[in-house]
Design a protein around this ligand. Structure first.
Ligand SMILES: [Zn+2]
Length: 87
């Protein structure tokens, strides 16, 4: 819910700054469209327009391939003690 509040205002950040091209190396701007677990935020939360959301998506996927952004962060559940029920 905290995330929801962060993106309350519905306008496209990139349109406002008149961005025509999103660089995959520019992580500072990509971070706006990434969740805490480095998933791509849906358009309904970020308020991006369709055109820029697509640019962001491509940029993020490219950044993942170049290992700038991790694919998966959630490892917590895997590491959890598997011997809990064993005596
Ligand atoms: Zn836009």
């Amino acid at each position: 819910m905290a995330e929801r509040r962060k993106f309350k205002k519905r306008f496209c950040k990139y349109c406002e700054q008149k961005v025509d091209f999103i660089d995959y190396k520019d992580l500072a701007s990509l971070k706006f469209s990434l969740s805490e677990r480095f998933k791509i935020m849906p358009r309904r939360l970020t308020g991006n327009c369709k055109r820029h959301q697509e640019l962001v998506t491509v940029a993020i996927k490219r950044a993942r391939q170049t290992a700038l952004i991790p694919y998966i962060v959630d490892r917590k559940n895997v590491v959890e003690n598997p011997f809990e029920n064993v005596r």
